[in-house]
Design a protein around this ligand. Structure first.
Ligand code: HEM
Length: 470
């Protein structure tokens, strides 16, 4: 298979074949099919049209890449040709020029500045917050009145990961400011979701009720975050004790060449980006993990056995994470079946050839971890939950980009170590104390928005596990 633009043996530039794709309507193209059932549309398009498929959403032509080599070319080997561009404008509206949306020199400088903050050694220090916050959630569950009434686990876990990112970001726990930022971020995330589904909604210039609410939330975030930064800078000048949270690490970061740190505006953008990118994704992954465990008692029993053996009933600590191998396999397999970041897009700068197909300059390119994770060419029985696929002792001969819950290449998720540590600690802490059961008759479908959430949340019954079961 050809995955690079090449000169043929006759010396003629090989521009590749035209990709084919599903027929759509004259005006909207394939918009309705995609909106109606995005996952089914992506999967059927991949199955029918192969490595590269073409479709149209309104007046934008998309090329969906369905082969790991093609994805590797976009995210890694020829990444300078594929920019985030206008396709990320909805997130840019909230996260400004943060790492998720910036490009080129600004992105590179920021990535270099921020990379050490997300290094395992520094992230390890947050393990205590992660476990403690989870135990606090369990303590609330403990005193809940009606055991027969299901609890929305999706909502609980979103609240938990929000509390964790707030505390790791700003250090303090019960602060009014932190609470205001969390609430404002929740409004902004729901707005991003809304605009993702309804891209033609009027821009923020129009004073609709929604737009006014979004602008108010942005105002809160700006006031509070810039206020905290200002107070920290003032405290620094008077030699007050230093903080050891994510914000302090971001404020301390210095460019190796120039010695410069980040401006207040850049810090604000990075803080908001980390909040937006770094809590719902992990909550969604955990939600699906509990759903899958409830449906696969054998896997659940293996998880419980590991927790007993490694923890013997005590709460997990950071030093346990490396020994919680099966717990991690459950998380890896959950991220395969339900990758929270189920799709990402890029815009081609110049013409390219991917897997032998022509990608015109300016085209939008769609890369879907969901599709990659379900391709029968790389995954045996792709829809079956089987954590053993991720047994570290087994050899895996799949290509790097067949599994990509955190993306890949230089823009790979900077928070992946944080997320996997958090997911492992939360899953272990909760599963040790409770068995979460699906109420009879409940069916759950994924709802692809900015993240792949369960449609309507995930109501579950909480069954406490006794001390001798742990
Ligand atoms: C299970 C949880 C998570 C998943 C599935 C996930 C997934 C991803 C993916 C797929 C990308 C690449 C997007 C693209 O290339 O278009 C990404 C980027 C990013 N993620 Fe995550 N993420 C998770 C958790 C986190 C956490 C906890 C943080 C921060 C604390 C975070 C911060 C970021 C940032 C800042 C970027 C942009 C990186 C760059 O472009 O240099 N993520 N994430």
């Amino acid at each position: 298979m050809t995955t690079t633009a090449s000169n043929s043996s006759a010396g003629v530039y090989d521009r590749g074949r035209e990709a084919a794709g599903p027929r759509g309507s004259v005006v909207l193209g394939n918009t309705w099919q995609l909106q109606h059932d995005p996952l089914a549309f992506l999967m059927s398009t991949a199955a029918r049209y192969g490595d590269v498929a073409r479709y149209r959403l309104g007046n934008v032509t998309f090329y969906q890449i369905n082969h790991p080599d093609g994805v590797q070319r976009i995210l890694q080997d020829n990444r300078h040709n594929y920019l985030k561009g206008d396709l990320f404008d909805i997130i840019r509206m909230v996260g400004g020029d943060g790492l998720f949306t910036s490009e080129g020199d600004l992105w590179l400088r920021q990535r270099r500045l921020m990379q050490p903050t997300f290094h395992r050694r520094r992230i390890d220090g947050f393990g205590g917050v992660m476990t403690r916050r989870t135990l606090e959630m369990l303590a609330r569950w403990e005193v809940r009145g009606d055991r027969e009434r299901p609890l929305d686990v999706a909502e609980e876990l979103t609240g938990l990961t929000m509390a964790i990112i707030s505390e790791t970001m700003f250090g303090n726990r019960l602060d009014e400011d932190t609470h205001a930022v969390s609430q404002a971020i929740t409004v902004l995330l729901s707005d991003i979701n809304f605009r993702f589904m309804i891209p033609f909604y009027p821009s923020l210039r129009w004073p609709t009720l929604r737009n006014r609410r979004t602008l108010a939330a942005m105002g809160t975030v700006d006031d509070v975050v810039l206020g905290i930064i200002e107070r920290r800078r003032a405290a620094e000048a008077t030699g007050e004790p230093e903080h050891d949270d994510l914000l302090a690490m971001l404020m301390e970061a210095r460019d190796a060449d120039t010695g410069e740190g980040m401006s207040d505006k850049q810090l604000r953008d990075e803080v908001v980006t980390i909040f937006v990118a770094g809590h719902e994704t992990t909550a969604v992954a955990l939600t699906w993990a509990f759903y899958l465990l409830a449906r696969h008692p054998q896997a659940e029993a293996m998880l419980h056995a590991e927790l007993s053996e490694v923890l013997g009933g005590r709460a997990p600590e950071i030093s346990d994470v490396a020994n919680l191998r099966y717990t991690r396999m459950v998380i890896d397999e959950t991220l395969r079946l339900y990758p929270p970041a189920w799709i990402t897009n890029r815009q081609a700068v110049a013409e390219d050839v991917i897997c032998g197909y022509r990608i015109p300059a300016g085209a939008a390119v769609a890369v879907s971890p969901y599709v990659m994770h379900h391709l029968p060419a790389w995954w045996h029985e792709p829809y079956r939950f089987n954590p053993e696929r991720f047994d570290p002792d087994m050899a895996h001969d799949r290509p790097r980009f067949a599994y990509m819950p955190f993306g890949g290449g230089p823009h790979q998720c900077i928070g992946n170590t944080f997320a996997l540590m958090e997911a492992t600690l939360i899953l272990a802490t909760v599963a040790q104390s409770y068995q979460l059961q699906l109420p009879a008759g409940v069916t759950v479908r994924p709802r692809p928005e900015t993240t792949l959430r369960p449609d309507g949340g995930l109501p579950m019954l909480l069954q406490p596990r006794s001390a001798n079961q742990r």
